[in-house]
Design a protein around this ligand. Structure first.
Ligand code: PRP
Ligand code: URA
Length: 209
């Protein structure tokens, strides 16, 4: 059964407060999202396998550890997921990046897929699906299903903020997927926005409306 991890580190919570504030402008919002993504990546990669390596330090021979070559793939959901990619790549620069383009129909709240481009070997990779918002869960649910249809078997989901409805959907539809969150909020409003949330993540990241 997939687990839900709320990464309530003080630095993440502090930065999330400024991300949520409505008077935080685009530049600061983007920088903070990038920083939080990096902090979250630190936790998400905690279980990466390591192997022993014998090296020479200036003082002696030592047996130390390096990552054991596990292949990682990042899959941001366009477009808001893009805002978190660089923060994660700074920690795991060798990761390949696939993209899934989805938008939520504002009337039906149903996700519409318009683009997908993935590394050719996704079945061998640990994939981290990235989206700042897990609201109804429809977008992440579809993105994960698309990846599984193409052979992915090892998937984690990383979001800044989630509503309980979205978490429940992913747990039900993809019980094998661990979910990493910066915060688990109270509920969705009648328009499908997370409450208290941060508003529209894509618009705030890219300065659109
Ligand atoms: C937002 C957000 C998620 C989705 C979450 O994207 O970035 O992808 O909504 O909602 P859900 O859990 O109810 O599916 P949006 O459709 O606004 O597209 P954008 O990223 O292009 O702005
Ligand atoms: N998408 C967003 O960008 N924000 C929400 O609160 C819900 C979905």
């Amino acid at each position: 059964m997939g687990n839900v991890f709320v990464l309530d580190h003080p630095l993440i919570q502090h930065k999330l407060t400024y991300i949520r504030k409505k008077d935080t402008g685009t530049k600061e919002f983007r920088e903070l999202v990038d920083e939080v993504a990096g902090l979250m990546a630190f936790e998400i990669t905690r279980d990466l396998p390591v192997e022993e390596k014998t090296i020479e330090t200036p003082v002696t021979t030592a047996v130390t550890k390096t990552l054991s070559g596990k292949k990682i793939g990042l899959v941001p959901i366009l477009r808001a997921g893009l805002g978190m990619v660089d923060g994660v790549l700074r920690l795991i620069p060798a990761a390949k990046v696939g993209h899934v383009g989805l938008y939520r129909d504002p009337e039906t709240l149903q996700p519409v897929e318009y683009y997908i481009k993935l590394p050719s070997d996704i079945e061998e990779r640990e994939l981290i699906v990235i989206d700042p918002m897990l609201a109804t869960g429809g977008s992440a649910n579809d993105a994960i299903a698309s990846l599984k249809k193409r052979g992915a078997t090892n998937i984690k989901l990383m979001c800044l903020i989630a509503a309980p409805e979205g978490v429940d959907l992913i747990k039900k539809e993809h019980p094998d997927v661990d979910i990493y969150l910066g915060a688990l909020d109270e509920k969705l409003n009648e328009k499908g926005y997370i409450v208290p949330g941060l508003g529209d993540a894509g618009d705030r990241l890219f300065g659109t409306k």
